[in-house]
Design a protein around this ligand. Structure first.
Ligand code: TRP
Ligand code: ZN
Length: 883
């Protein structure tokens, strides 16, 4: 199958809609197999559109029942219709009312886009192009309308009926078992923010008064019986609302804010106006079923969706090329929230770990694309780490460059200017250019140029002149469609550390009072004066730019930073850099001298003794080695995943052995006492203790098995239970199999917990795992139609098990390819996400590379691929020179 070039949508081809829809009145009569939707659209030609244009409404899988214009039923000759569109070639040239009746089958909707059923309830998902699966519409984000929705359903099937906006009225339908509710949303919005829910749901709620005095009813709806597991989400919502008022001055604007948890959902959650719909894994939590990481994710995603009310809904996107305008900005906002609620440096490290693991990997893969792509075939494939995570880094760099105060003034101006409109990245940057008077056109290149810049830095100390010079160079590797790169505007936050650990007060006029240097040429040099001793440079403090760095620092210098830097991020980074050098050396057979292993082990031992328990969450990060996928990235070519796996085991063994007593001491002292609390400090203690357990197990498997088995039986919360089970999965034998069986039985009726169990087993780096995964697909809890189940079993195998996914015999690739082909006809979005696991195929050694290519070609040859999978498979295979 060759991609059809005419399907490609280009940013440069944007033009405004020829028609506008001012008001939408929807009448939705819910029925499991035949839901009736009557849409009454108040329309007019767009003064900015083409005169004489036909009216073409989008549809997807729709069944048209009737269409009328200004109250007159249209005869067949006056329109053309099919499942994918409704065209009226001679529409009125002034305002008119179009009424369209369609019938849809929510039960048959396995794509989970549009109106579908989950656990017997009705729900919708309209971003990016799902609304056209409900009714014919101008389904594009720059058409903003005021919606009124009447929902009607059977009382027993759907006692709860929710829509966007404020509730207007509700009641019974005489003589039937049906009832209805009417919702009105006064804020104009694009169709992708539409939502409705009907079902049997319990809820928890709370009253909230905004800073302006508006009373808002907050409610979180879940499966009946699970209400007590929604308490944390409700609390996180309230804290998010307060935070957005305090930090961004943003107030909520409706009488209700509802969140509904559903168990079949393609992604994390969706910011529909006043009616957020969530994957239940990001709502439901109890100490018995959720880990500390789950609690942190719930808090972050609740915040993210809430923050969209301003960054996404009040100010939306002109077209889907501007996706980062809402997603990058909203990720930045949720990261700031989590940093304020938890520990800022610890959260920053966690952000950078995900950025590197997901976005840097994407940027180095055939799927690399700019934060604002210039073209796409399937927009659902662009909800990526690049748009979200790198998009957030751009906002963060902007703040670093212009300072906190101007950043806040710029944000205020952006919200003020763009409220109620569909905006662009240019509108966003303009607000900051206005408040600062700065030219941000060079900075804007971050949105357009793909690839991770590589910055190389060399330092030269002149003892006689007491100067220190830093030479910077930068280069960005080629990416698909962008063979040549321009220099980027890179903010470098830096400082100099004396070798005895004190901060050096050196001077350089090109470094701002906030210690930021703007590096915006291919090469540049800084000279510091008054440098009284040879310094160790601490660069990219707080990870001030999303770049890779090559520092000409010795391990000895780095270990000085690990011990002394005032910047917590760079303390962590220094340890990681040394560990990475050792791992790469071990994995590629260019082994470093023993002394280097000892130096790291002793430095960590010293760290454990003096620092670890002062900030356990930070210590847990310092003691965690770079992951196998990170090492593969760093090696970059001819990767042998087995060698990397062995290297990481070996380094963990060395560290565990050297630090054994200290780790054991921590393990004993940090034992859980008192009832579980998900707060960051308690979570940090659990994290450190469980990292200690992992290293002890690497050093002494018998001790590890003994401690982990005891912890597994005694655990009073899911974090400790799962961590011990995770350690046990690395130790083949009866104890592991028994623990897995016990866990599986204990949580047989808890799908979200079984997902963790699927994930742990899929990630076991042993040859038998593929067989294990295949047999788990027969488990009664597994379902090919449920995205959480598929991701936790198949997705985890593909993404978290480098040695088995990349088996030299190609069976891992074949299995995942088979699953992609099986899932695709049911749920193309889910299938195409699974397929992105092949993103790293080109960096593998030759044999594996050939096997991966065959698996990809086998997918590509399929005649009936979805556009989602077709797009990913073709971009993955594209030869570098054609890209
Ligand atoms: N806008 C959502 C968010 O980031 C994500 C999203 C996009 C989504 N498309 C989706 C969620 C489809 C579920 C299904 O918050
Ligand atoms: Zn979002």
């Amino acid at each position: 199958m060759r991609p059809d070039e005419s399907q490609i949508i280009q940013l440069k081809d944007y033009r405004p809609s020829d028609f506008l829809i001012d008001r939408v009145v929807l009448d939705v009569r819910l029925d499991p197999r035949a839901t009736r939707v009557i849409a009454t659209l108040t329309m007019r030609p767009n003064p900015e559109g083409r005169a004489d244009a036909p009216l073409v409404l989008d549809g997807d899988d729709l069944n048209l029942r009737a269409v009328s214009l200004d109250g007159r039923a249209l005869p067949g000759g006056e329109y053309e219709s099919g499942p994918q569109s409704l065209t009226i070639s001679q529409p009125p040239r002034g305002p008119f009312t179009l009424t369209v009746e369609t019938e849809i089958d929510p039960t048959a909707n396995t794509k989970l886009m549009g109106l579908y059923r989950s656990g017997g309830n009705y729900c919708t998902q309209c971003e990016a192009d799902g609304f056209r699966r409900i009714t014919y519409f101008l389904d594009r984000p720059d058409v903003l309308s005021v919606y009124t929705t009447r929902i009607e359903a059977d009382r027993d099937e759907a006692p709860v009926l929710l829509g966007n906006g404020n509730p207007v009225e509700s009641g019974a339908i005489e003589g039937t078992n049906r009832h209805y509710a009417v919702w009105h949303d006064p804020h104009p919005k694009p169709s992708y923010l539409f939502a409705l829910v009907g079902g049997r749901l319990g809820h928890v709620g709370k009253a909230f008064t905004t800073m302006g005095g508006r009373k808002v009813a907050l409610k979180v709806y879940v499966e009946p019986g699970k209400e007590e597991r929604a308490g944390y989400a409700l609390d996180a919502l309230e804290r998010s609302m307060r935070w957005d008022e305090r930090v961004f001055g943003r107030e909520y604007d409706l009488d209700e804010f509802n969140i509904v948890a559903v168990s079949d959902f393609n992604m994390g959650a969706m910011e529909n106006k006043g009616l957020n719909i969530f994957n239940d894994k990001y709502v439901l939590a109890s100490p018995e079923t959720a880990t500390d990481a789950d609690y942190a994710n719930i808090e972050a995603i609740i915040a993210h969706e809430y923050f969209h009310n301003w960054s996404g809904n009040r100010v939306t996107c002109r077209d889907w090329f501007q996706l980062c305008l809402k997603e990058g900005l909203t990720v930045f906002r949720d990261q700031e929230f989590s940093s304020d609620e938890r520990s800022r440096p610890v959260h920053r490290i966690a952000e950078v770990k995900t950025l590197r693991a997901r976005q840097f990997a994407e940027d180095a893969s055939p799927l690399a694309h700019p934060v604002r792509p210039q073209q796409y075939r399937e927009i659902n494939n662009f909800y990526t780490a690049t748009v979200y995570e790198k998009g957030a880094e751009i906002v963060r760099m902007l703040k670093t460059l212009i300072g906190d105060e101007d950043f806040r003034r710029g944000m205020d101006l952006y919200f003020e200017r763009c409220d109620g409109t569909a905006a662009t990245v240019e509108d966003f940057l303009d607000a900051f250019a206005t408040v600062t008077g700065r030219d941000l056109s060079h900075f804007a290149r971050w949105y357009a140029q793909a690839g991770t810049p590589r910055v190389t830095v060399r330092g030269v100390y002149d003892a006689t002149a007491q100067t220190y010079r830093l030479d910077f160079t930068q280069a960005t590797p080629p990416t698909p469609g962008q063979p040549q790169k321009e220099p980027m505007a890179i903010p470098v936050r830096l400082g100099l550390v004396a070798r005895d650990g004190t901060a050096l007060a050196a001077h350089c006029e090109r470094v701002s009072p906030q210690n930021v240097f703007l590096f915006d040429k291919a090469q540049d040099s800084l000279v510091f004066t008054g440098v009284t001793s040879a310094p160790v440079p601490s660069l990219f403090r707080d990870f001030s730019a999303p770049v890779r760095t090559t520092l000409e620092l010795t391990n000895e210098d780095l270990l000085i930073l690990l011990r002394h830097d005032t910047d917590a991020f760079n303390r962590w980074q220094a340890g990681q850099t040394v560990a990475m050098r050792l791992l790469v050396g071990l994995a590629t057979g260019t082994v470093a001298p023993d002394g280097d292993f000892d130096a790291l082990a002793f430095a960590l031992h010293d760290f454990l003794a003096r620092d670890a328990e002062r900030d356990p969450a930070f210590a847990a990060l310092v003691l965690t080695l770079p992951g196998e996928a990170d090492v593969a990235q760093e090696i970059g070519t001819d990767v042998d995943p087995d060698a990397i796996h062995r290297a990481r085991l070996e380094l963990r063994r060395i560290l565990g052995t050297t630090c054994r007593e200290a780790l054991h001491g921590i393990y004993v002292r940090l034992a859980e006492s008192g009832p579980y609390s998900p707060d960051a400090a308690s979570a940090g203690r659990r994290a450190l203790r469980n990292v200690a357990l992992d290293l002890l197990a690497a050093a002494d498997p018998d001790l590890g098995e003994q401690l982990a088995s005891a912890q597994f039986s005694a655990a009073s919360n899911m974090t400790d239970r799962l961590a011990s089970l995770s350690v046990l999965t690395t130790l083949p034998g009866e104890a592991r199999e028994n623990a897995l069986a016990t866990f599986g039985e204990r949580y047989a009726t808890e799908p979200l917990v079984l997902d963790k169990w699927f994930t742990l087993q899929a990630a076991i780096q042993e040859e038998d795992t593929l067989r294990r995964v295949r047999s788990l697909m027969e488990h009664p809890a597994f379902s090919i139609g449920n995205p959480n189940r598929v991701r936790s079993l198949v997705g985890s195998f593909a993404m978290l098990n480098p040695t088995q996914f990349n088996r030299p015999d190609g069976q891992g690739y074949d299995f995942v390819a088979d699953m992609v082909l099986r899932v695709d006809p049911l749920n193309p979005q889910l299938a195409s996400r699974l397929l992105t696991a092949f993103g790293s195929w080109r960096i593998m050694e030759k044999e594996r590379r050939n096997r991966a290519r065959s698996a990809l070609l086998r997918i590509a040859e399929n005649a009936s691929l979805s556009r989602d999978v077709g797009d990913i498979v073709h971009r993955s295979l594209e030869e570098a020179q054609n890209r």
